[in-house]
Design a protein around this ligand. Structure first.
Ligand code: HDE
Length: 700
């Protein structure tokens, strides 16, 4: 039916959920049918000529069932193949009117629906979650003006300065072409060969060797837009903007030994963590933050804003928190939503614009291009998860799997047959106008001189880390380069490192048994040390959602365990009772304690802290149980908080653990439970206690 008025749209937190509802199909109480709706009487036996005879071609149900199965797979993403996603909403704290005309950033009462996909980069769809890698942090905002995709990572810089090198860096890090090894790992010759020959990788390599590449949880990592974007306001004034996501639970990481063990014990560790948190109502929250840089200030900054291997330290340009993202709903179907979602850097709304960062420019092309293959043609924006809530009207048509039935005879512009519709929209009517940046220059393949410094920020990052973080980074380099087979590559990487920092080079060289090259003269960064880059300096004020294992056996002091558990859970932690067998454990005085996990199905690496409750018989049994001893020793070695009450303290001693070591909290007989809980809570909030001098002699 012809209409005179443009469609208007009212968006609230549930709009996308309601839109998806049209595509959800409930199977409960329904008959099994073919794709044509024919009811089926038997799906377990194929149609055959006689009971022992051949299957007949006319069995349309068998053929359809098998054909559909044969074609279930689509190509996995060429990078970021392994991912997990969630729905939620975004709300701005106050109007950003002065900075941008983007409508979803104007009104604090508006809840814009979002879909967020987290991912690893190098591994295949079935690879483990906890590998050393960058994590993707892609957010699709379904705004009233159309979709805005902020396709970021958990690391604020990138390996290369120009997108034309992306196929090279990805080929180098992916499994090697001759034998398709190793899976989801950068610890191999081709990656480090590339690094050693491309010095612009130096800064990002510092990040990927750091604890940032081993997040504890998708809920506990930062996100970054990486490139410099533009905010443009209604007056057409443009300012540069860097986007950040700050997790409200703080930023926390795993240790490498733990990450490797988790990859075997629970390859879905991050996916499960995200899923379970949302199911339990512990909704992950992140603040959107921006660094705003006026055009005039950009030149004086001393940092090339178009170079994606550079960040702008928070110490130089403050980070302003402008709104909050809450993830509150798991997808209904992994394939339909998480797998088929298509993010694109080019999806922006009026008020947000691009810059000439050559990496960003390449990305503006690549995403839609790859999705044409991955999602089987040009109509993937019609897939429910990708469909904007804003109305879509244009003359695009046909192609594989077209859903929309355009009703107009006029499929071109200009037209008179369709009354000139769809119409153009001026800026005042919400039309997107590109920021009219002045471009007057020659065509060239030459990179700007301002992109020449590859080392000042690599050095700044390394210098900004705490001593334990530096050691983790150095150990990571020793591990990765230790896996490199060709000695010349190791030597060339050391040579590269000698442009970054002397201590780094010397300690990595020592681990590799190679001479350390002399340190080169390292260019100075405008900020020499940026404390904000160290995870240790991020907030550590809550134990919400931390997983605590209580190791128990028959004879546990059940009354006290119940008190301690309740107190920790009041702070938002999750206490899991771990024992030799499932069912119940008999507590002192006959209390029965329900067991959550039997020790054969779980391991210390799945927890943030360990509690050893009192009870003489329980502790005596644990002392003779190798699994329990290993559990505790491993957690201690991974620098996790350990709490022990009464006889529980004896188990620490049996494991060679000093009850006075950092992050070990005890309470002797007759002690005050409340004081113990306060101390243990503070130790858990700190997440890890790196300053355990004796941890390396603990066998685990
Ligand atoms: Fe991507 N990237 N990328 N990337 N990227 C893809 O798009 C690409 C880069 C990022 O959960 C692909 O649909 C090029 C930086 C995320 O679905 C592909 C360059 C950052 C995701 C692609 C980069 C990212 C992708 C693969 C260099 C952080 C996963 C499948 C010029 C700011 C999104 C797809 C999801 C996915 C290209 C560099 C983040 C091939 C050419 C820098 C989070 O188009």
């Amino acid at each position: 039916m012809a209409k005179n008025k443009p469609d208007s749209v009212h968006i609230d937190e549930d709009s996308k959920d309601k839109a998806l509802e049209h595509n959800r199909v409930e199977q409960q109480g329904q008959y099994l049918t073919t794709d044509q709706g024919i009811k089926i009487e038997n799906t377990d036996d194929s149609l055959r000529a006689g009971r022992r005879g051949p299957t007949l071609l006319e069995d349309f149900h068998f053929r359809e069932k098998m054909t559909r199965f044969d074609h279930e797979r689509i190509p996995e993403r060429v990078v970021h193949a392994r991912g997990s996603a969630a729905h939620g909403y975004f709300q701005v704290y106050e109007s950003m009117k002065e900075l941008t005309r983007a409508r979803f950033l104007q009104d604090p009462s508006v809840k814009t629906p979002v879909f967020v996909r987290f991912s690893t980069v190098a591994g295949s769809r079935g690879s483990a979650d906890t590998v050393r890698d960058v994590r993707g942090f892609a957010v699709k905002f379904y705004t009233e003006e159309g979709n805005f995709d902020l396709v970021g990572n958990n690391i604020p810089v990138f390996f290369i300065q120009d997108g034309i090198k992306f196929p090279d860096v990805v080929h180098a890090v992916k499994p090697e072409p001759h034998h398709e090894m190793p899976q989801a790992a950068s610890a191999h010759d081709s990656f480090w060969d590339f690094v050693s020959l491309v010095p612009e990788t130096a800064h990002m390599v510092m990040w990927t060797m750091s604890d940032r590449a081993l997040p504890r949880s998708y809920r506990m990592m930062e996100g970054f837009g990486v490139h410099t974007f533009r905010f443009v306001n209604a007056e057409g004034v443009s300012r540069f903007v860097k986007f950040h996501w700050k997790p409200l639970l703080g930023t926390h990481s795993l240790v490498w030994d733990e990450a490797q063990k988790l990859a075997g014990k629970d390859p879905d560790y991050h996916r499960r963590d995200l899923w379970e948190a949302i199911e339990l109502g512990d909704f992950p929250e992140y603040e959107l933050a921006v660094q705003i840089i006026e055009e005039e200030a950009a030149e004086k900054l001393g940092i090339e804003l178009l170079d994606p291997t550079k960040l702008v330290p928070e110490e130089l340009v403050p980070v302003r928190r402008i709104g909050k993202l809450t993830l509150n709903r798991n997808p209904t179907n992994f394939f339909a939503e998480t797998e088929q979602v298509a993010f694109c850097v080019a999806n922006v709304v009026p008020g947000i614009d691009f810059t000439n960062d050559p990496l960003m420019q390449a990305r503006l092309f690549s995403y839609l291009d790859t999705q044409l293959t991955r999602l089987g043609g040009p109509n993937f924006a019609e897939i429910p998860i990708n469909r904007p809530l804003a109305p879509v009207h244009n003359h695009q048509q046909d192609g594989f799997h077209r859903q929309t039935i355009n009703a107009s005879r006029a499929n071109y512009h200009p037209n008179s047959l369709g009354g000139g519709c769809p119409m153009m929209a001026s800026a005042a009517q919400g039309g997107f106008t590109h920021y009219p940046e002045r471009v007057r220059t020659e065509k060239t393949r030459v990179r700007s001189e301002s992109f020449a410094d590859h080392f000042s920020q690599a050095g700044m990052f390394f210098r900004s880390l705490s001593a334990p973080e530096k050691t983790h980074l150095i150990d990571a380099c020793r591990f990765e380069l230790g896996k490199v087979e060709i000695k010349e590559i190791r030597e060339r990487v050391l040579d590269l490192f000698s442009n970054i920092d002397g201590e780094l080079t010397a300690r990595v060289a020592e681990g590799l048994g190679l001479p350390a090259p002399t340190t080169k003269s390292i260019p100075k960064s405008p900020v020499q040390v940026a404390p904000s880059l160290s995870i240790e300096n991020t907030k550590k004020d809550s134990i919400k959602t931390r997983r605590i294992a209580a190791l128990i056996a028959d004879g546990v002091d059940a009354a006290e365990l119940i008190d301690v558990r309740a107190a920790l859970e009041r702070e938002g932690a999750k206490v899991k009772i771990v024992a030799k067998h499932l069912g119940t454990v008999k507590g002192e005085g006959g209390h029965a304690v329900e067991v959550d996990k039997n020790s054969i199905t779980t391991a210390s690496v799945e927890y943030d802290a360990v509690l050893i409750p009192g009870g003489a018989a329980s502790v005596e049994a644990l002392k003779k149980d190798g699994e329990a001893l290993h559990f505790l020793q491993e957690a201690y070695r991974h620098c996790k908080p350990v709490g022990a009450t009464k006889e529980g303290v004896e188990l620490l001693r049996a494991c060679g653990i000093d009850p006075k070591a950092p992050g070990v909290v005890t309470h002797a007989k007759g002690g005050d439970v409340a004081t113990f809980v306060t101390g243990f809570t503070a130790a858990i909030a700190k997440h890890r206690h790196w300053d355990r001098a004796d941890k390396d002699r603990i066998p685990a």
